[in-house]
Design a protein around this ligand. Structure first.
Ligand SMILES: N[C@@H](CCC(=O)N[C@@H](CS)C(=O)NCC(=O)O)C(=O)O
Length: 206
């Protein structure tokens, strides 16, 4: 009944690791030797054909990829931990909305910034891809900033795994943004007694 999480220090697998810790799920970490912003070893394709982390091996041996999917699944497996609202409620609908929004619009922009050559056939103009990615990420974060209403978390009073996910991506943003609610929410995530130590192992004082 143990999960195995393939990850890289400083990567998006942080949030899956945090969710496993909050769920008090038994898990083993497989940390890949690879620098952020570089491709993972080719041999990792045998584990995940898309060669990305996080890659989560479930207790039954099956493979789960895509950060949002890992978080939604962990929350569903441990309903008593309150990692997400109960399925079928309007709050859960909002949870799904922001999880998918974040995955598609924010995390994907990080990839365009980090690996611009994948997103253009014009190798001489990679900076334009990166600049557009940062702008688009800023626009998506502004939507999330406004969604924290009344706060202090995306879904109100309780922290969900969506907050941890958004907080991580927010601190990765390299553009200008005026986002006091995201800033305060990310601080709460950092201060969380279980999440904080995992955050610092991945991101230090950021
Ligand atoms: N869509 C994926 C993106 C995951 C992702 O971009 N992971 C990065 C680390 S933060 C990675 O594995 N990069 C290696 C690569 O793309 O070659 C998800 O949501 O999990």
């Amino acid at each position: 009944m143990t999960y195995r999480l393939y990850n890289r220090v400083g990567s998006g697998g942080f949030v899956t690791e945090a969710a496993l810790a909050l769920a008090e799920a038994p898990y083993e970490l497989e940390e890949l030797e690879s620098k952020p912003g570089t491709p993972l070893p080719d041999s990792f394709r045998a584990t995940n054909p898309w060669r990305q982390v996080p890659t989560l091996i479930l207790p039954d041996g099956s493979t789960l990829t895509e950060t949002a999917a890992t978080l939604i699944h962990i929350a569903a497996c441990f309903p008593d931990k309150g990692l997400a609202p109960p399925p079928g409620t309007p709050e859960h609908a909002a949870f799904l909305r922001w999880m998918v929004f974040t995955n598609v619009n924010v995390y994907e922009a990080v990839l365009r910034r980090s690996y611009p050559a994948r997103y253009t056939t014009d190798a001489g103009n990679l900076e334009a891809v990166q600049e557009a990615a940062i702008a688009r990420m800023g626009d998506a974060l502004a939507v999330l900033e406004n969604a924290i209403d009344p706060g202090p978390f995306l879904l109100g009073e309780s922290m969900s795994v969506a907050d941890i996910y958004v907080a991580m991506l927010f601190i990765w943003f390299r553009g200008e943004i005026d986002a006091p609610r995201l800033t305060a929410m990310a601080e709460r995530v950092r201060q969380h007694p279980l999440v904080g130590p995992i955050w610092r192992r991945h991101f230090g004082d950021r």
